[in-house]
Design a protein around this ligand. Structure first.
Ligand code: HEM
Length: 510
């Protein structure tokens, strides 16, 4: 271990602490190291720092962010995207170009223009759940994908089963698995492993396969947009603007394809994982659901759907939104950083090249939160950060889970809007209950059954979702028909099956 680091766990030759680093859910383990400011580990020849102290995170990623804005090299990622994934790209000119260009659609002002799409798609989600509640899991996925492809490519996804939507979720699922710890040998720690020829390295063949699937989706969407522009039917989508101004932005076709595709991935997967967790918590914690229902009934009532302004008067539901983030953060170790230069902090020196993880599982630290393993939205009514009485932790802001500094999440405003709209719509519309098995017994949910990637979400689960009243069901049908006006701009180039599906769902509802 390098000089200047605080003491860490004892190492063994060659492997360092690799033998003791959990291959699953590493964030659970390091929550207890909060008081250690930064916990250093040796993984092979590399140094890993796990930050579990909010003040250290704010200082090192925020104020001193210029030296912690890189991402570690990931061979798997390199083989799949050629280094063109903005989320994982090294801190350099290419990343800057991506970030600058993405900024244009993700500012609070730009995001306000996408609200009508988000509302219409959230209404579609309610309608989908009304029709086939047992498929809520994929309905939610369709929602997040459709919002982001509408914004970026001006083309929506009216049903999950459409071949291009299925193609997206199919490769995305395989790609996530490929990035899970243990899916490939530790090539980044032991670079000699990179030399193993592809015919003996299954992981390399997987990278190539997923690269091809991913490129088919990314460039399929892009080519369709180009075709639409050429035929004079541009509809003002963001990618059209990027294509028109590509010289000014400094982007070539390859970069444009990856910019759009990566934004679709980053935007869809995180938001649907959050919404899946929301449903899981509502089912698993009926008392919290009951309080939320009482509040929304009081503010919104029976005869109209909620608006974003209603949230101002719903402190419990605002707390519930934060509690979902705290209880099961979507990106529990954020996205790893790499130190670009030695960084001094409180007498220690984090060496250049060290990988830095931020442990968002500090939201489960019993020193900070009462009863952290339970879902308790009320904690935010007593204190805006939800911490226990007497604990003031100004560095632990609720948006902590979106990262900090130069690499913080640029999609935060879009995400907040999707989350706020859906939480209020879903609570207003439905009751969420445990499902019953063949013997008539309630199926108990496991609130810890989560996937194990950079971003995590609940594994598919069953529950029973029913409309809260016949009047609400009727309002949903009516609003769904009215949303057709908003959708019409984005319903181009649909396959014959999609067109038929859209026509049927509207005729049936009407
Ligand atoms: C619940 C929703 C979301 C959560 C919890 C989330 C969380 C995060 C986190 C933790 C990071 C890494 C931050 C860091 O290193 O400091 C990140 C990066 C990123 N997110 Fe999000 N995100 C969400 C939604 C979105 C959406 C909707 C989009 C796009 C439309 C998006 C696009 C990105 C991109 C492009 C990056 C990489 C930024 C960079 O490296 O420069 N995210 N996100």
């Amino acid at each position: 271990r390098e000089d200047g680091l605080p003491p860490g766990p004892p190492t063994i030759p060659l492997l360092g602490n690799l033998h003791m680093f959990p291959s699953e859910f590493a964030y659970h383990k390091y929550v207890s190291s909060r008081r250690c400011v930064c916990c250093p580990l040796k993984l092979g020849p590399g140094t890993i720092i796990v930050l579990s102290d909010p003040a250290a995170v704010k200082e090192l990623l925020g104020r001193r962010g210029a030296n912690t804005a890189d991402r570690p090299s990931m061979q798997v990622e390199e083989l799949v995207t050629g280094g063109l994934n903005m989320v994982l790209a090294h801190y350099g000119e290419c990343w800057r170009t991506f970030r600058r260009t993405a900024h244009a659609i993700l500012t609070p002002q730009a995001v306000a223009q996408h609200l009508s799409i988000q509302r219409a798609e959230a209404t579609h989600l309610l309608h989908d759940i009304l029709g086939r509640p047992e498929s809520f899991y994929t309905h939610i996925q369709r929602f997040t994908y459709s919002v982001i492809v509408s914004v970026l490519y001006g083309k929506r996804a009216p049903r999950y089963e459409a071949p291009e939507t299925v193609a997206f979720f199919d490769y995305e699922c395989q790609y996530e698995r490929l990035l899970e710890p243990g899916a490939a040998p530790p090539v980044d720690m032991f670079p000699i492993l990179k030399l193993v020829p592809e015919r003996w390295a299954k992981w390399k063949r997987n990278c190539r396969r997923i690269r091809n699937l991913q490129r088919a989706v990314y460039f399929g969407l892009l080519d369709e947009t180009v075709g639409r522009m050429r035929s004079g039917s541009a509809n003002g989508s963001y990618m059209e603007e990027v294509l028109e101004r590509q010289e000014e932005f400094g982007m070539d076709r390859e970069m444009i394809g990856y910019l759009g595709g990566v934004l679709v991935e980053a935007g869809a997967a995180t938001t649907y994982s959050y919404l899946h967790t929301l449903v899981l918590c509502l089912v698993a914690y009926p008392d919290a659901q009951k309080k939320a229902h009482e509040e929304i009934d009081c503010v919104v009532g029976e005869h109209r759907m909620p608006t974003l302004d209603d949230l101002e008067q719903m402190p419990f539901i605002r707390g519930l939104i934060l509690e979902v983030h705290r209880f099961r953060p979507v990106v529990p170790l954020l996205v790893p950083r790499e130190a670009l230069a030695p960084v001094e902090y409180k007498g220690y020196t984090i060496p250049k090249g060290a990988t830095i993880f931020v442990n968002a599982w500090i939201f489960h630290d019993p020193a900070l939160y009462d009863d952290p393993e339970n879902f308790v939205p009320d904690r935010y009514l007593m204190n805006e950060n939800g911490t226990k009485p007497g604990i003031i932790c100004p560095d632990l802001e609720p948006d902590f889970i979106f990262g900090l500094g130069r690499r913080s999440c640029p999609g935060i405003h879009l995400a907040h809007n999707s989350i706020n709209i859906n939480v209020t719509y879903l609570l207003w519309a439905f009751n969420f209950n445990t499902d019953i098995d063949a013997a008539g017994d309630p199926i108990k949910l496991d609130t810890s059954a989560y996937s194990n990637g950079v971003a995590t979400g609940p594994r598919p689960f069953k529950c029973r979702i029913t409309p809260r009243s016949a009047e609400k069901a009727e309002i949903i049908r009516r609003e769904f028909l009215e949303a057709a006006d908003t959708f019409s701009k984005f319903e181009f180039g649909l396959s014959a099956e999609d067109k038929e599906y859209v026509a049927k769902s509207r005729a049936h509802t009407g």
